[in-house]
Design a protein around this ligand. Structure first.
Ligand code: SAH
Length: 395
């Protein structure tokens, strides 16, 4: 097996069981590891640290499969990991809430770079790293064996693949002649899914619990759902007897599905309006028109995938939160999120606090939100805690 010998003192993160080794920590590579192949990570004195997937181009040069020197990385290894992930979903009771949920959450399930989401009887496979590319066919076979399902659709089209030197890849990975458009349920609501064209793997599964929170709080309120996508929050607000719901998104396709979803669930279409546009501009327009709302949801896309973009992203978060506070009526509720890995919960709260200050509004946090249980956070991989949200009530 090829070996990577680390520079002195650069084994600290591995000793804390963090699964990444950056290129700068590498003293030398022995042997000729192939892209995605398995290598041993050794301390300068030759002591075993971990067994990992090699990534020749990425800044993250290796991602750990196992810290156990006796564990072989083979099909059996992956079978155990997949079984374990399935078991955790059963134990955390995700399965009863929806037939769409994340089965494997990459590093947080001990499988760096691998995302597998289940939508009814179809799995969606997303490989983000060379290691997952290397093992793709094995992983696909094992996933079918362990779930008893037949269909896997690949959505390996996330931008981060470029950092690994990988192009985009989508299409049927296993099974044939199955529908890529169908309906899933989340709690008692149904949503249309388009596996081939939807964002991420089709649906924002991580917001499941938070959508229910919105439902509980929306009765008799005029709700503005910013970055609404196919209506995850909008439908829950309608189901919670909101007085009106305005869904804003820049994607016409997403809004069309949102409209279909309102009809599919027999929710009152006369209380719902779609508006296509840029949230940054529309919030300004609403401010200039002195419009106001009783509840505003801000669920923007990732502004800061990494810490490097945190400053620019902070300004964007502050901008929309400030405008939202200005549009909130007294006792109005702001439900605000960040899914940026580069912005932690503490920083996000500071941004929201400074937005309220500059808007001249006093508000209190009455709820902290995070990603649902099918997106677990491994304690040795704090980066896995990417979604954070606050519920604030203004005075
Ligand atoms: N709240 C949604 C998920 C939101 S994902 C749910 O629960 O399912 C982010 C959405 O923001 C995407 O639908 C994307 O089309 C939209 N978007 C991205 N930038 C935007 C912008 N500047 N203005 C409006 N919508 C935007």
């Amino acid at each position: 097996m090829s070996k990577i010998i680390l520079k002195p003192g650069r084994d600290k993160s591995l000793l804390r069981r963090h699964p990444w080794i950056f290129s700068g920590a590498v003293e030398r590579v022995e042997g000729e590891p192939v892209s995605g192949g398995t290598v041993d990570l050794l301390a300068p004195n030759g002591g075993f640290l971990a067994r990992a997937a090699y990534s020749p181009i990425s800044q993250i040069r290796a991602r750990v499969w196992t810290f156990d020197p006796d564990e072989i990385v083979d099909a059996n290894f992956f079978r155990k990991k997949i079984r374990d992930s399935i078991k955790i979903r059963q134990m955390s009771k995700v399965e009863g809430q929806s037939n769409a949920y994340r089965l494997i959450h990459a590093e947080s399930d001990g499988l760096p770079g691998l995302i597998v989401d289940r939508y009814g009887d179809t799995l969606v496979f997303q490989s983000l790293t060379t290691g997952c590319e290397f093992w793709k066919e094995t992983l696909a076979d094992l996933l079918l064996e362990e779930t008893g399902l037949k269909n896997i659709y690949e959505r390996s089209d996330a931008d981060v693949r470029e950092l690994e030197g990988l192009g985009s890849k989508t299409g049927i990975l296993r099974g044939e002649n199955y529908d890529l458009r169908f309906t899933i349920y989340e709690h008692d609501l149904q949503f249309r899914i388009d596996l081939a064209r939807g964002h991420k793997t089709g649906f924002y599964l991580d917001q499941r619990d938070n959508r229910l929170r919105v439902r509980e709080l929306s009765k008799d309120r005029d709700v503005l759902d910013c970055f609404s996508y196919t209506g995850g929050f909008s439908l829950n607000a309608l189901a919670g007897a909101a007085k009106s719901v305005l869904s804003v998104d820049s994607s016409a396709d997403a809004l069309e599905l949102c409209k279909q979803n309102v009809a599919l669930n027999n929710l009152p279409a006369d209380r719902h309006t779609n508006l296509e546009g840029d949230v940054f501009q529309l919030l300004r327009k609403f401010r200039d028109e002195a419009r106001s709302f009783d509840m505003i949801i801000l669920d923007p896309p990732k502004f800061a995938p990494t810490v490097a973009q945190a400053e620019k992203a902070s300004r964007a978060y502050k901008d929309i939160n400030l405008l939202a506070f200005k549009l909130l009526r007294p006792n109005g509720i702001l439900v605000t999120f960040s899914c940026s890995g580069g912005i932690d919960a503490g920083l996000f709260q500071k941004i929201v606090a400074s937005a309220a200050l500059d808007a001249g509004v006093d508000a209190r946090i009455v709820g902290h939100m995070a990603q649902a249980a099918d997106h677990p956070i491994a304690l040795n991989f704090p980066e896995g805690a990417y979604l954070k949200g606050l519920i604030c009530i203004r005075n």
